[in-house]
Design a protein around this ligand. Structure first.
Ligand SMILES: [Zn+2]
Length: 278
């Protein structure tokens, strides 16, 4: 009899635990794993986000983000917002802009579905890029379907964003367009563990981050913003000119989870799009 009570009590506790975990909103799923220095980078896709909710359609969709909360105002009235349409006729060759230096290596990562995208967090600060002499450390990367940036008015099938932060808190996002093509085996490990529901961080085996990039690292740069609330500006955007490929099957597996998680393009205004191609 005593044993039964113990079983019963532990069952009740288990049920409570399940309800408590699954009842958590996407916003709280990783709050226990963040620290202050990671906050700005995490906010790129609002892993740690207070209410209200936002989404990619309806009353909480991109055209309403600026009204949802005071600190989302830049989403509605910002002047240097992202993404943008990259028109090749507007590209300006920079005499001083060097191709970015990417120092990515084999890295332990964790994966989560934060309700807005699938995000992979780098477990160590060993991956970084150098942009005009400043080092930006990789915090996380994630995916959009379809792409957020356009090239001459056209979206790519998907877009990959590597989010970096410098020691002084500046953000740099490296964007890589993904086109339908051959299967991309560099993503096999991640794709085999895509979390179908909003999830807590789960450890993934070590992956080779350098293999996720195209060979050619020539890029287009401009000054923009986070593409999700709070749409904070002064983000250094680097969009690689060469896309990578994924198979139709790989793309559709992501699209099943996120049929649409892209923000429409924003006005470029007087901003410059520079390229390191001479
Ligand atoms: Zn993004």
């Amino acid at each position: 009899m005593k044993k039964n009570w113990k079983v019963c009590l532990s069952s009740v506790f288990s049920i409570f635990l399940v309800v408590w975990i699954t009842g958590c909103t996407p916003q709280s799923t990783t709050s226990s794993t963040t620290n202050t220095s990671a906050l700005a980078a995490d906010n790129v896709h609002a892993v740690v986000q207070e209410s209200p909710h936002w989404s990619y359609e309806g009353n909480e969709g991109p055209e309403h983000w600026g009204e949802l909360e005071k600190n989302f105002a830049a989403c509605g009235n910002g002047q240097e917002q992202s993404p943008v349409n990259i028109e090749y006729t507007r590209l300006e060759a920079s005499q001083t802009q060097q191709p970015i230096q990417v120092h990515y290596t084999n890295t332990k990562v964790s994966i989560l579905n934060n309700g807005h995208t699938v995000q992979i967090n780098a477990a160590s600060p060993s991956n970084y890029i150098v942009l005009d002499g400043t080092k930006f450390t990789l915090k996380q990367f994630h995916f959009h379907h379809p792409s957020e940036h356009q090239i001459d008015g056209k979206n790519a099938d998907m877009e990959l964003h590597f989010v970096h932060q410098s020691d002084n808190g500046s953000t740099a996002v490296l964007g890589v367009l993904i086109q339908n093509g051959n299967e991309n085996k560099a993503f096999s490990r991640i794709w085999s563990k895509l979390p179908t529901d909003v999830s807590k961080e789960a450890a993934l085996e070590e992956i080779n981050l350098a293999a996720l990039l195209p060979k050619d690292l020539h890029s287009i740069r401009y000054s923009g913003s986070l593409t999700t609330p709070p749409c904070t500006e002064h983000v250094n955007w680097i969009v690689l000119e060469q896309p990578i490929e994924m198979s139709a099957d790989q793309i559709s597996r992501f699209a099943t989870l996120f049929p649409n998680n892209h923000r429409p393009v924003q006005q470029l205004g007087t901003r410059k799009l520079t390229t390191d191609h001479q």
